[in-house]
Design a protein around this ligand. Structure first.
Ligand SMILES: *Cc1c(COP(=O)(O)O)cnc(C)c1O
Length: 457
């Protein structure tokens, strides 16, 4: 609609983009009819930890724009790296061609993880697909073609393409597509909230590992890989568990000749306090999936890192033993340049050390909220804080989203779980203000039937 017509109708830019978006854009993860009442938020610009709408209203992005934005919006160094890259090489196909950013990024990720071979795609679900296909194909190349199935944890989320949904245990996302999805195995979650009286989080982990042992013992001949979200199961509602589970899982995978795939798409790049979550267990996976924070929330990129052993199983004169998988934008030069800038910032700003200080300050700022009578199972790992509101009325997630938005904060509760996953530039004072607004929302919760775990669309 031309600006003149818009002015005649006296719509603000916010209302204008809201209406046009509803008509022309099919939004992700959304029942569009709900936007008859639930607002779509038009964003004109973003800066640091804030989104800004067309009226200049600032909203604190406390979920890092779906967990991707590490250092705030418009980080000048990442922006400069992308611009610099676009001035020399924007993109070239990666089959048969290579370029400086993809080589340097692969070398640096190898040095950081001990996994020496980097395969690229553009989003998290594709990284999951690649890891699953690689694992299956490895066993086929090794003369074990019967290993065709996978194990994931209860409540797991590894993306929403048909292959990734086969290892995603979130019925809201997978149930509808059941006829399209391969049946796999689900192992009990080591969720620390499952602790019985006298049990520690590590005890829960060991108990869950016994179930995994039984499952692998019985079915290992048909299982190619176990896929886990290390330390925090994000989409399940920030389910946190002890690193002991990863150590046990690593040992069991070795014993039963099953790959361990670490999906660090959400937890990688400092989110749990270490650069990668697996470091806290002192283990190395066979395949590591990275995305989300990898470009600091600027450009789409994902990566699957693999061991020398897996790589070697594909290296052959026979073409069909190779990994014949590709995406058009595989290894995009601008995205790789953004990822290199992100790694530079981790080094130059000593991000992990500074985050440890921020973590303590933010935890202190959230202490009054943690003590609110409606808040249960307040928990945190690194730069993720979460709690449950078991008595919340139906529609709590949407209600909390709307009320917090009105107060200037972006939160997206998952069912009865509220989580905070802010960019690493947010201050303790800003989080204290958020906690105060959130406590006020909890104070005024309408009474009603307890909600079932329905995610905000
Ligand atoms: C977000 C996410 C994915 C999927 O990534 P997309 O880029 O949304 O496809 C996979 N695994 C985990 C753990 C995630 O959080």
């Amino acid at each position: 609609m031309p600006p003149s017509i818009r002015r005649e109708r006296a719509l603000s830019d916010n209302q204008d983009y809201l209406a046009r978006s509803r008509a022309a854009v099919w939004h992700p993860c959304t029942q569009m009819k709900r936007h008859e009442s639930l607002p779509i938020v038009p964003v004109a610009s973003a800066d640091g930890a804030y989104l800004v709408d067309f009226d200049g209203r600032r909203i604190l992005d406390a979920v890092s724009s779906w967990w991707v934005n590490l250092f705030g919006h418009k980080e000048p160094r990442i922006r400069a790296a992308i611009v610099r890259q676009l001035e020399t090489l924007d993109h070239v196909m990666l089959a048969g061609f290579t370029h400086r950013p993809v080589v340097e990024l692969s070398e640096r990720l190898a040095a950081l993880t001990g996994l020496g071979h980097a395969f690229y795609a553009s989003d998290g679900a594709s990284a999951t697909e690649i890891a699953l296909k690689m694992s299956f194909h490895y066993w086929k190349n090794m003369g074990a073609p019967g290993k065709t199935r996978f194990v994931s944890l209860e409540g797991s989320y590894h993306g929403e393409s048909a292959g990734a949904l086969a290892v995603t245990d979130v019925p809201l996302f997978s149930a509808t597509y059941a006829p399209l999805i391969r049946q796999n195995f689900t192992a009990p979650t080591p969720d620390a909230r499952e602790a019985r009286t006298g049990e520690s989080a590590a005890d829960v982990a060991r108990r869950a590992a016994v179930s995994l042992d039984n499952l692998l013992c019985k079915h290992h001949q048909e299982i190619a890989a176990l896929i886990v979200e290390p330390l925090v199961q994000g989409a399940a509602g920030m389910v946190m568990y002890d690193a002991e589970y990863l150590r046990q899982a690593r040992a069991l995978c070795d014993r039963y000749r099953v790959h361990l795939i670490a999906d660090e798409i959400a937890v990688g790049f400092g989110r749990t306090g270490t650069l990668f979550a697996c470091e806290q267990a002192g283990i190395r996976p066979d395949l590591l999936c990275l995305s989300k924070g990898i470009t600091g929330g600027t450009l789409p990129l994902s990566c699957v890192l693999s061991t020398d052993d897996i790589y070697a199983a594909f290296y052959d004169d026979d073409v069909s033993r190779g990994f014949l998988h590709s995406h058009s934008y595989t290894g995009n030069a601008a995205a790789c340049a953004a990822a290199l800038a992100v790694l530079d910032i981790f080094e130059s700003d000593d991000v992990l050390a500074r985050n440890r200080v921020r973590e303590a300050e933010i935890s202190a700022a959230l202490a009054p909220l943690a003590a609110h009578p409606a808040v249960k199972s307040f928990r945190h790992t690194g730069q993720i804080w979460a709690f449950d509101v078991p008595g919340a009325p139906a529609g709590f997630a949407g209600l909390c989203f709307e009320r917090m938005l009105a107060a200037g904060f972006l939160l997206r509760p998952i069912g009865q779980t509220v989580y905070l996953m802010p960019p690493y530039v947010v201050s303790a004072a800003e989080m204290a203000a958020l906690a105060e607004a959130l406590a006020a929302v909890l104070d005024t919760l309408p009474a009603g039937a307890p909600t079932t775990a329905v995610a905000l669309p």
